[in-house]
Design a binder for this molecule. Sequence first.
Ligand code: 3HC
Length: 288
Amino acid sequence: MKVEDIKQICVIGAGNMGHQIAVCGALAGYKVSCTDISQDMLNKAEAFANTYLPERVAKGKLRQEQVDKALANLSFTKNLEEAAGAADFVIEAAVEKIGIKRKLFADLDRITPPHAILATNSSFIVSSQVADATKRPDKVCNMHFFNPALVMKLVEVVQGAHTSVETAQVTMDLTAKLGKTGILLKKEIYGFLVNRILGALNSEALYLADMGIATTEEIDLAVTNALGHPMGPFRLMDFTGIDLAYYIGMERYQNTGDATDKPSPLLVEKFTKGEYGVKAKKGFYLYE
Ligand code: 3HC
């Protein structure tokens, strides 16, 4: 398959990442069908597209015809068969639970046309952990976007040992068609590049807060004002989801057994209280 053969993209999951990946695809001229098990999430994703896109026209960033075309390209359905049945390329952005992802990949293998590429947007799970749930491991890879996906320019593509060169190339070419810069990793590594680097920063920030060396606000101030990051680590964890940071930490700790990988007490406290960040209106900060 070549990138030109991709007409229909299916995005699995309408959450933090999926809803924006879907809009990226529609803006790039692809028919995109976004699916989720939650009708509420789908309604929110559709409402986002219906407000975000016209706002881009009002801001002078897009033309009305581009928005009309993008909206016509987008569809939202709870029905996985309907969403994925004619897909040439699937981007799975469902919850970060390996059991759910393996079941999804097995279903997608059954539902999608044989030529379809099945990519996972997982933040840290390498695709070899889901590829063997399908009969087409050569067409399975990682395609990792960053939040907010409509803004962040990078996509990490990971070619596992099971991934064919063609699949990796088509995924890199699709990344470019979506207006993103791709980095192709030819070796699987937990967390890929960006989340490993970010994880190191977050661990140190949490350690300093746990030790009472500085407040979360002071640490954020240090990172924004001294290192020039647009957001400090605590504000960013609120934005990307404290639940996600917790799952990533737990998964890593379970894999390594290394006590230094254990999620920090402050992170565990926030997770246990359900203070997941922006989406819960409360995390390290309060959101109205
Ligand atoms: N969705 C879509 N677009 C958004 C947005 C959102 N949630 N938030 C901001 N934008 C757009 C605005 O529309 C604006 O676009 P324009 O300049 O073309 O008009 C542009 O971004 C700048 O917006 P603002 O001026 O309102 O706000 P900021 O300048 O503060 O930027 C930000 C907001 C882009 C979120 C910036 O704070 C930022 O880059 N933060 C860091 C994000 C980051 O590090 N992401 C990676 C996280 S790690 C990850 O995703 C890994 C994954 O596995 C979890």
